[in-house]
Design a protein around this ligand. Structure first.
Ligand code: NAP
Length: 291
């Protein structure tokens, strides 16, 4: 079993981005500027946004955090997005999800200027991704592709099973693994909560990507020997022995599954840090496109 080490790989990517930023500075060019908008005080969302802002500092980007109260109306948020769209100094921005119930998430994501949509959630960018056109690939799927690429994991002709069909992970992942090229050229099965006999499907898979948010869902008896397992799940499971009162748990029963795999991502330290690194990469791309 070999670990797909997202912590180390994401640090390598951040070093590469920092070197690019240093070159920009040396040439007297403007450095990339990422803004993040958060509505409300959800603990996990604040943690994620904080990590994104710190990552910007680490690579030399400028960053702006826009914190809005939980009572923010849809119109107020749309006004803020318009402001960010027309602010020439900002190269890219993200809206941290989930949003409070009074706000229509789809409407908000549609309002982001596609050229600044570094999360790759706008339908224009999603459509381009599906058509193999150059675009912003959503950060989590992009991070998984990068891990497979950097570790030279063969995907061509393999059977990839994706568990979960969210718009931000499972669905784009299924498209990307089936596209022409590397990583890709896989035969993909996309599964969800209505899938019957999931063990029958996962036990035929060469590559399994779990993105469902159910701790330790994937068990050793559900996979074949030497499978590649990518665990996207992040769930806070209460644990009174832990310092914070919870432990971060993935969708995979790592202890038992890892014994049968050829490659596997740990949680934490797998897909999570890659997501942030790829958000930075998309922001660098946004700056280069605007230059
Ligand atoms: P989500 O919107 O929470 O949706 C979960 C998906 O899993 C749905 O498509 C659902 O099917 C499917 N599902 C639920 N139970 C299932 C079952 N028993 N068998 C098969 N499929 C099942 O998904 P998400 O936003 O992608 O989040 C998934 C997990 O990834 C969460 O733990 C989240 O925290 C984590 N995540 C991590 C990162 C990262 O950076 N590492 C980024 C994003 C998300 P239906 O469509 O039928 O309801």
């Amino acid at each position: 079993m070999k670990l797909l080490d997202g912590k180390k790989t994401s640090n390598d990517i951040k070093d590469e981005i920092a070197a690019e930023v240093a070159k920009m500075k040396a040439n007297g060019e403007k450095v990339p500027h990422l803004a993040a908008v958060i509505v409300g005080n959800d603990g996990a969302s604040l943690t994620y946004v904080g990590s994104k802002v710190r990552a910007c500092e680490r690579v030399g980007f400028e960053s702006t955090l826009v914190q809005l109260p939980n009572t923010t109306s849809e119109v107020e948020l749309l006004d803020k997005i318009e402001e960010l769209n027309s602010n020439d100094d900002i190269d890219g921005f993200i809206i941290q999800l989930p949003l409070p119930p009074q706000i229509d998430t789809q409407k908000v994501l549609m309002a982001v200027d596609p050229s600044k949509d570094v999360d790759g959630f706008h339908p224009e960018n999603f459509g381009k991704m599906a058509l193999d056109m150059s675009t912003f690939i959503p950060a989590t799927p992009f991070g998984i592709l990068e891990l497979l690429d950097r570790y030279g994991v063969e995907t061509q002709g393999k059977h990839t099973v994706v568990i979960g069909r969210s718009h931000i992970v499972g669905r784009p992942m299924s498209i990307l693994m089936g596209r022409k090229g590397f990583p890709g050229n896989s035969t993909v099965t996309l599964t969800h909560s209505h899938t019957k006999n999931i063990t029958q499907i996962t036990s035929q898979a060469d590559i399994i990507i779990t993105a469902l948010g159910r701790p330790k869902f994937l068990k050793a008896e559900m996979i074949k020997d030497d499978a590649v397992v990518i665990d996207v799940g992040i769930t806070r499971v209460p644990d009174e022995n832990a310092k914070r009162g919870y432990v971060i748990t993935g969708d995979v029963d790592f202890e038992n599954v890892s014994k049968k795999t050829s490659y596997i991502t740990p949680v934490p330290g797998g897909v999570g840090p890659m997501t942030i690194a790829m958000l930075l990469k998309n922001t660098l791309l946004a700056r280069e496109r605007r230059r």
